[in-house]
Design a protein around this ligand. Structure first.
Ligand code: SAM
Length: 292
């Protein structure tokens, strides 16, 4: 082939050849701009010593580039209609494995063990199906997998929430969950014009680098994340009100909340969005002694 799959002419030719109609319900918007792929591969630091996991190869735009630049690619795709397309259009590459399975159902640790050498570096690179961006990412980062870097395309607003700073509107429990496990940054913004069909929203490439240790030390992770979610439950309400709604309005709970907030040095009248992850950790570690 003289043209990349990620070009308007080749993509349109493939769609026509296989009579493929894209499914909106599966988030099928195909990338038709090779420069975006160049920048994604660079952001992930992919070379011939790096293996890649891809989520949602579609008709193979990113898969093709990964096969050229990486050692080996394993891609998860839920839409079986794409099997003959990927088999034919990517036939010249012998380092691609496509697994036709829903990524949320897949046994990723087992796939990693079966397909990759433990000594090789492993990254995730993907143009994600947007309707399940958050569950996909949370599943990956909550599981202790030998993956150091994630470079993923998603809706711009979601990438902004995942990288927000305290005190901003986008800052919330999702930001804290991402920050707990990874260092997150927006690598670059992607206009909607580089997809077929064009989505309604702009996109961004989010880069996540797994931390060796979680950013903060918490004595009970489950309690910490539950507290964070409770704190943000009604964003306009104070911490005091949100925590009472979650843990109860009894005198006992009030005394516990007062003591915990005091110990953590946090004003009850503050809103969750004003707290740093370190303050949430201090509050969780203080409160867990009284409330759990
Ligand atoms: N990688 C291609 C590209 O960049 O042009 C396609 C990206 S498209 C935004 C998302 C892809 O994810 C589609 O191919 C879709 O079928 C696939 N997909 C949707 N839900 C999925 C799931 N639960 N598991 C695996 N793949 C899924």
């Amino acid at each position: 082939h003289d043209k990349d799959i990620a070009t308007p002419s080749r993509t349109n030719a493939i769609l026509k050849k296989y009579h493929l109609t894209m499914k909106k319900s599966l988030g099928q918007n195909f990338l038709v701009e090779p420069n975006i792929l160049t920048k994604m591969v660079a952001a992930a630091g992919i070379d011939k010593n790096t293996n890649a996991i891809e989520i949602g190869p579609g008709i193979g735009a990113l898969t093709e580039r990964l096969a050229r630049e990486a050692k080996k690619v394993v891609a998860f795709e839920v839409d079986r209609r794409l099997a003959p397309i990927l088999k034919t259009e990517l036939a010249e590459y012998d380092n691609i494995e496509i697994i036709f399975q829903d990524i949320l159902q897949a046994n990723v640790p087992q796939v990693i063990e079966e397909h990759f050498e433990p000594a090789d570096r492993l990254v995730v690179a993907a143009n994600l199906p947007y309707y399940i961006t958050t569950p996909i990412i949370m599943n990956f980062i909550e599981t202790d997998l030998p993956i150091d870097t994630f470079v993923m395309m998603m809706q711009k607003e979601v990438a902004q929430r995942m990288t927000a700073k305290p005190g901003t509107k986008a800052f919330g429990s999702l930001t804290i969950a991402i920050d707990y496990y990874t260092e997150a940054e927006i690598a670059f913004i992607v206009p909607k014009t580089v997809f077929v069909p064009q989505p309604n929203v702009d996109s961004a490439i989010l880069k996540l680098q797994r931390r060796a240790e979680p950013k903060v030390k918490v004595t009970d992770e489950k309690f910490f994340f539950d507290l964070v979610r409770a704190g943000f439950n009604q964003r306009r309400k104070t911490l005091w009100n949100n925590l009472q709604s979650r843990y109860g309005k009894t005198e006992e709970v009030k005394a516990a909340l007062t003591a915990g907030l005091e110990e953590a040095g946090i004003e009850p009248s503050k809103r969750a969005e004003a707290l740093s992850i370190e303050q949430f950790a201090a509050l969780a570690n203080a409160l867990v002694k009284y409330l759990d």
